[in-house]
Each structure stands twice: as structure tokens, then as C-alpha cells.
Ligand binder design. Sequence first.
Ligand SMILES: C[S@@+](CC[C@H](N)C(=O)[O-])C[C@H]1O[C@@H](n2cnc3c(N)ncnc32)[C@H](O)[C@@H]1O
Length: 290
Amino acid sequence: MALPPARIASGAARILSGLLESRTGQVLSEGRAWRMETALKPVLRDHGFKDIDELAGKLVRSRDPRLDEDVVNALLNNESSFFRDLQMFDMIHRQILPRIQAERDDRTLRIWSAGCSTGQEAYSLAIRLSNDLARWSGWRIEILATDISTSAIDQAKTGIFTQMDVQRGLPIGDLIKWFEPAGDDWRASPDLRRMIDFRQDNLFDSHVPHGQYDLLLCRNVLLYFSPERRQEVFNLLARHSHERSILMLGAGETVIGQSEDFMPHPEFRGSYARKGTMPVGAGGPMRRTG
Ligand SMILES: C[S@@+](CC[C@H](N)C(=O)[O-])C[C@H]1O[C@@H](n2cnc3c(N)ncnc32)[C@H](O)[C@@H]1O
């Protein structure tokens, strides 16, 4: 499943997928390997290579950090959309955030979107919180959003989305309320952009997250990691969570059999809680260090 197809299993494709895996942990699935040539077209054009064989030759012969970065950015799957898995966002809004709000005694809400791509996930959270701002009056809200892709993070920071992007999941009311036209595109309002701290960061060499987060999202990121890599990510997420933190993964991802630290959440279906912690809803202030 994770091997490049036979036609391009050797040579250039192997070098390129090797670079991607060593930098990001992502193993190219068959479907993505087939699309490798298309994905790399802009890189070939920008760097003046006639085909991927010439590009791979250059990668082997000499180190060019800029070229490496462009190749990795091009091969990463940055697929995302606003309110992806709407039910999950509804659960966050209706059940999880009110629970956190009831339990946090320091009136600080900390959220980490790990593998945030071009930012739709973090903006979706910011929109839901902003639509309910009166409820969060007096609260400090921190949303950290990280991704290894420099191009995805640069795009996320601008807050600019195409018409096609906003048509994928963003309710028209939120588009009108929180975005302004920017030529043919739409730009998130300054208020929305100010709520999110977008940073480039590699989950396997992570420097950006600080302390513990109440809600952690690492969705549709783990699918193409090896089991060992996945475990490393769960260890990282565990280090940045506290006893009542809630973890959300993508629909095709799970902690079951893969993490010593997390278990399916007893109450919030499809999300995960820390193992061996107080029963949820047991009351009392949450402890968070750092
Ligand atoms: C398919 S997107 C998911 C985006 C968003 N979480 C969602 O569900 O819509 C996966 C993201 O994970 C990022 N990613 C892959 N490997 C990573 C790593 N080692 N560290 C940080 N981010 C990584 C990719 O750059 C990509 O933007």
C-alpha cells in the first residue's frame, strides 16, 4: 500500500520519496506516488529541470536546502477544508468547549492544531469561538497551529482563500461575517487572524508547542506515518497534554493499539482522553503545568 508503483519504483521516484520520508516521516501511498510527476511540475519549472530524473540527480549530487524544501512541500498532501467532519466541530462547540470552560479555573483556553496545513482547521475553530465571544469574555484564548510545510504555513498566515476553498465547508453567514473580498479571493478578518499563532514545526523535531493544551487536534496527519512514527507523535502529544486534555484525530485514525497514553474518550465519541486520569466530569479544577 505504501510502495510506489512498479513503473517508478526505482530511480528517481525512490530518491524523491526517500527525501520526503526522511524529512517528514510521510510514506508515499500508491495514489500519491502516481501523482508525483504532476505535483513536482512547478518545482521542475522553477528550478529549470527537464524531468524528475534530472531533479533526482541534482538531489543526490549536491545539497541545496531550498530545492529540498520545495520538493518536500510539493510532495506533502495538504488537503484540508473548513469544518472538515462537521459533526466533530459541532461536538467541539456544543460539548467539549463548554466542558473545558466549566473545568478551567485559570480562564485560559489552549488549543493546538498539529498538522494544520493551510489553516482551515484553525480558522474553523476561531470562527466558532468568535461567534460565541460573549461566552468567552474574560478568557485568554490561545490557538497554536503548526505544520512542517513552509508553503502551507505561509499561506495560512495570509488568511487568503480561493472561492473554491471557501465553498468547501464554510457557511455563507461565516464567510460574510469573517472574511472580506481580496480580488477574486477571500481574506480572513484581522480579528480572526490575530487569534491564531501559525508556526512551521516538524512533529519529529518539535520546538514550538509550549506546555500543555486543553484540546489537541492532529487530524489526517498520521495516516501515512509508520507505526513507530505514529507512536512518536502520540508521545509528543502526551507531553503537551494534561490529565483532562482531549485529543481529536481524523476519521481514519485511532490511538487504539498505538499509544500508551491515550484511550477512546468515554463521553465524546471519536475523541481521545489521557489514560489513567480522573473520571471525566469528576469536577475540580484541571491541573496544567507549563
Ligand atoms: C492532509 S493535511 C491535514 C490538514 C488538517 N489537519 C485537516 O485535517 O484538514 C496533513 C498535514 O500534515 C502535515 N505534516 C506531514 N508530516 C508532518 C510532520 N512531520 N510534521 C508536521 N506536519 C506534518 C502536512 O504538511 C499536511 O499539511
